[in-house]
Design a protein around this ligand. Structure first.
Ligand code: DON
Length: 581
């Protein structure tokens, strides 16, 4: 069962399929988690903020800013801390994307350290007796793609960092060696995965006490294995990870679990610097991640479509919401049709981001009704929250960083490298392992995103930087599979266009549409605008929305960091600068 359907079944208990207008009038259920002491999720600073989806990661990033580091140094420290405190979501065994804006050169660089399919991978990798076995792309050795995170952090630091490499690694190494209390979200992941982890004893042991019981919230987790890997990286750089003792241990672990990752895959892994995709919207310049992320193109395409629509200013007006959702559906339909790894396939990026194309798609939108499924994008008619972490930083010099990293779903492939404490990703599941059929996030894709040797699977991760007249306005990104794109899209609209307070924007009920399934998901079963959306033909369903958005907003005076209470991170700022007025 794909993750999308799985989550939906659990959360809604099958009661809410195809909600009729009458159900919307009945008793209210709120699918947002309870937001306690909401103000803790905002910090206002006079000189930089780190917003990560776990409190210690933000704090360690802010400490690095205090020690004279810039956004790149703080970002590396925060992401490595996440690998210690939030190991279900991201880490050295995964990969990701970063956008970095250097204030001095005014250049934005996109770093692609996405995991890559092993050289022995092929289109029918997951076919067993003629049938595709999706579970093989989910857990076990065949799910593992070549990790990119160490190469990404090394490159981010090497290009832009100011402190010593070993200095930015040390806080995470120390935390791993000394231990830290297990957070509520990590305890939750462990509880949810308890039965599955029974089949993965090496991984289970990491999170178990001496009696073999899984650790709980507040228990101290010590990671000597991971501390060892971090010490090697601090001393020798990332080479041992890609060719040497750590590389050998990774290949050994994957092959013990029937995988195909080889030492050649690791030694040939390369970070790819890319040109960001750039769009303009209502006076803002949007810098976003190009393929193999789908996030940048989808986001800019949806915003472009909105510029051709007579969108009402009230963000809860059903007429406005209908137009916004229809724009998002066009973008997701084109994601399914066109996008994949641009080093392997042709992607008509210029066309997708052109004003003419946006105007054409906008003209198809009917203000009173949804369209037929295949009227979205250029698709021809023939045919839980777990993984991922995001760090946004704007430092006191206005260098901007947005990085999203992942091992994909909870604890990735579950394949564990015991010597070095590495949890290996299951990013192969982001391919459409059976073209035409949904992947684990319910995302449709075709041959463009089919498995191929050394290809990078299409991603929804959307680290994004927004500038206003060349000055920083917003660093933003999220976790949550396809809900990343809608989470970032709505936050940008709310904060920059509707002037909604950033914390209010993040804590508001969220909505999501990804074209297929043909369902508008909303985070409560009783929202004032729902009836009118149902009347326009939307099939509206209540469910838990598992995107978690982290951001730093910059106005003339302040840096305002906001983290998403859905995941429990807390933003942090360096100590106030006594010289700054
Ligand atoms: O790259 C992607 O789009 C996915 N691997 C992200 C996975 C994710 O966000 C999991 N979180 N819920």
């Amino acid at each position: 069962m794909d993750l999308f359907r799985h989550c939906f079944t659990i959360v809604t208990f099958g009661l809410l399929i195809a909600l009729s207008a009458s159900v919307w009038a009945e008793e209210s259920v709120d699918f947002r988690p309870h937001f306690d002491q909401v103000e803790q999720y905002r910090v206002t600073s006079d000189g930089g903020v780190v917003a990560a989806d776990e409190p210690l990661a933000s704090q360690i990033g802010a400490d690095v800013l205090d020690a004279g580091g810039n956004a790149a140094d703080a970002g590396v420290a925060a992401m490595l801390t996440l690998s210690v405190t939030n190991p279900a979501s991201s880490g050295l065994g995964g990969g990701g994307f970063c956008l970095y804006r250097d204030a001095a050169t005014e250049q934005t660089t996109a770093l692609d350290f996405r995991e890559t399919a092993p050289g022995a991978a092929h289109r029918d990798l997951y076919a067993v007796d003629g049938e595709v076995d999706h579970s093989l792309a989910r857990h076990g050795g065949l799910a593992v793609a070549t990790p990119g995170e160490p190469a990404g952090l090394w490159s981010l630091h090497g290009r832009f960092g100011e402190l010593q490499w070993s200095e930015v690694i040390e806080p995470a190494r120390k935390l791993a060696a000394q231990g830290h209390p297990i957070s509520a979200p990590l305890a939750n992941h462990l509880r949810n995965m308890e039965d599955t982890l029974d089949d993965w004893p090496e991984l289970r042991q990491v999170f178990s006490d001496e009696e073999g019981q899984l650790l709980e919230e507040g228990d101290i987790l010590v990671r000597e294995d991971l501390a060892r890997a971090l010490a090697i990286l601090a001393e020798e750089g990332v080479r041992p990870f890609y060719a040497g003792e750590i590389a050998d241990a990774i290949v050994d672990a994957v092959q013990r679990h029937d995988g195909i990752l080889s030492t050649e895959d690791l030694s040939s892994y390369a970070l790819i610097p890319r040109e960001p995709v750039v769009g303009e919207f209502e006076g803002y310049e949007i810098h976003a991640m190009p393929p193999p992320s789908s996030g940048g193109i989808a986001l800019i395409q949806a915003l472009n479509i909105l510029t051709h629509l007579d969108a009402e200013a009230d963000r809860h007006d059903p007429a406005y919401l209908h137009l916004v959702v229809e724009a998002l559906k066009h973008a997701f339909a084109d994601r399914a049709h066109w996008l994949g790894d641009a080093d392997f396939i042709e992607i008509p990026t210029d066309k997708l981001l052109s004003d003419e194309y946006a105007e054409k798609l906008a003209s198809r939108i009917d203000p009173d009704s949804v369209l037929d499924t295949y009227a979205y994008g250029t698709t021809p008619p023939d045919h839980e929250m777990a993984g991922t972490a995001h760090v946004s930083i704007i430092d006191g010099h206005d260098n901007m960083l947005a990085c999203t990293t992942t091992i994909n779903t909870r604890f990735g492939s579950l394949v564990f490298v015991p010597e070095y404490g590495l949890i290996l990703n299951n990013e192969m599941a982001d391919f459409n392992v059976e073209p035409g059929e949904p992947n684990i996030f319910g995302l449709i894709g075709n041959e463009q995103n089919a498995v191929e040797a050394k290809k990078r699977p299409l991603s929804s991760m959307s680290p994004t930087l927004v500038l206003e007249n060349g000055r920083p306005a917003l660093s933003i990104g999220a976790s949550g599979g396809p809900m990343i794109i809608s989470g970032v899209f709505f936050a940008i609209l709310d904060i920059l266009i509707h002037d909604v307070d950033p914390l209010d924007a993040i804590t508001s009920h969220r909505i999501h549409h990804q074209w297929i399934p043909e369902t508008l998901f909303v985070e409560a079963d009783h929202l004032p605008f729902a009836d009118e959306l149902v009347a326009r033909g939307h099939s509206v369903e209540a469910r838990r929305i598992f995107s978690a958005v982290q951001l730093v907003f910059r106005n003339d005076d302040d840096w305002i960091g906001v983290t998403d209470p859905r995941k429990g991170g807390i933003p942090a700022a360096p100590d106030p600068d006594p010289d700054r007025q």
